[in-house]
Design a binder for this molecule. Structure first.
Ligand SMILES: CC(C)(COP(=O)(O)OP(=O)(O)OC[C@H]1O[C@@H](n2cnc3c(N)ncnc32)[C@H](O)[C@@H]1OP(=O)(O)O)[C@@H](O)C(=O)NCCC(=O)NCCS
Length: 343
């Protein structure tokens, strides 16, 4: 048990109840998922005026993230019997990502969210995280206030973009084949010994983009659970970059879409054509997977990446704001070709 919040006069007999924060156990996974989905459905209903059938369009977060980072996942439990909140966090090397965080609507504004975030902050500290981030709703005063209490500052917009691959009206748009001598391999197809070497090559790219950033866990969980795959973009002996993507099922991809979780090109190869060819390769994989849409998030501080994506035909579906705290606050180089999602 990490912390507790007393809720006086809350139960049916007017007695005080205790909400405790503890780590997620295997038996909590389904419940934690329900709590997150129910909470976000309520929240989105208030925002949109209609109740979404599924808050994330079928995307899932809890099970694989817990397998990837069991020490970073917490629940708030009332009287050791009812889960009323949850917070997940993962570390990408020295970068810690907080979220999703959810507290059931009837339990909100009683400091449960803060206790969950505090538990995550301790986890980040234990893991010597140098930069922490969260992605949240830019129009919500509550979210700004809550995360800034923990030292997070709003940095820039994140655009969640997408492109339809095959529209029934026939106007657009089949995937365009990759050109320019780009070869594409899948991480899942590599021999085990080659996988280790590939992870080291990915790390070389990510740590040039942001010191200490390492996607190895993410690549391995996607491979291990077949949530999607990781593409290696190569020209001759050079690794130009890589992309981790999810396909629908039990992953973070909504139904009918391939979702790019992370894509980075080696800054040595940061030419717009290289990103365009990588996008074409991703779209080819999406078409083979039989999905209609590709979803790609982009942090607008990476303006060259954002501009290339828009030029290539992606449309912004919605925007969020990235908040950060930590030492390397201004690591982003706007010319780096990075497409990443910290949600
Ligand atoms: C965001 C969320 C997790 C916060 O949980 P919570 O238990 O309600 O949060 P807490 O009670 O610990 O803290 C909320 C703080 O915001 C403050 N607050 C509430 N409404 C506010 C407003 N309109 N403007 C400014 N501050 C506000 C509260 O006063 C409290 O601060 P205080 O304790 O210093 O008074 C919860 O509201 C939730 O699940 N929302 C829906 C899902 C969601 O948006 N998740 C986060 C996505 S990034």
């Amino acid at each position: 048990m990490r912390a507790a919040v007393d809720r006086v006069g809350i139960d049916s007999q007017g007695r005080s109840t205790k909400v405790q924060i503890r780590r997620v156990r295997k038996g909590d996974l389904a419940k934690a998922r329900d709590v997150i989905e129910q909470t976000f459905t309520d929240f989105l209903e208030r925002q949109l005026g209609t109740r979404p059938r599924q808050p994330f369009g079928g995307a899932q977060y809890v099970h694989h993230r817990w397998l990837m980072e069991p020490w970073g996942c917490f629940v708030a439990e009332e009287d050791q019997s009812k889960i009323v909140g949850a917070a997940l966090a993962v570390t990408w090397g020295a970068v810690g990502l907080l979220g999703p965080v959810a507290v059931l609507t009837n339990y909100q504004n009683q400091k449960i969210g803060q206790q969950l975030i505090l538990a995550v902050e301790e986890f980040f500290e234990e893991n010597k995280v140098a930069l922490q981030g969260v992605v949240t709703y830019p129009t919500s005063p509550k979210h700004l206030f809550l995360y800034s209490k923990f030292g997070y500052r709003p940095k820039g917009l994140v655009a969640i973009t997408s492109r339809l691959l095959d529209r029934r009206d026939g106007r657009t748009s089949t995937p365009r084949p990759a050109k320019g001598g780009l070869t594409v391999r899948r991480f899942s197809s590599l021999e085990e010994t080659k996988k280790k070497a590939a992870l080291a090559r990915f790390h070389k790219i990510t740590s040039t983009v942001c010191r200490g950033l390492d996607l190895a866990k993410e690549v391995e969980i996607v491979d291990g659970l077949a949530l999607g795959d990781t593409l290696l973009f190569e020209r001759g002996r050079d690794l130009l970059g890589f992309a981790v993507y999810h396909t629908p099922g039990v992953s973070e991809a909504p139904a009918g879409a391939l979702y790019v979780k992370f894509l980075a090109l080696d800054p040595q190869h940061k030419r717009a054509e290289n990103l365009e060819q990588s996008l074409a390769a991703v779209e080819e994989v999406a078409a083979e997977a039989g999905v209609q849409r590709v979803i790609i998030p982009v942090y607008t501080r990476y303006w060259a990446a954002y501009s290339t994506l828009i030029k290539w035909g992606y449309q912004v579906d919605f925007t969020m704001v990235r908040m950060q705290r930590g030492k390397q606050e201004d690591y982003e180089d706007p010319t780096h070709l990075v497409l990443d999602d910290w949600r």
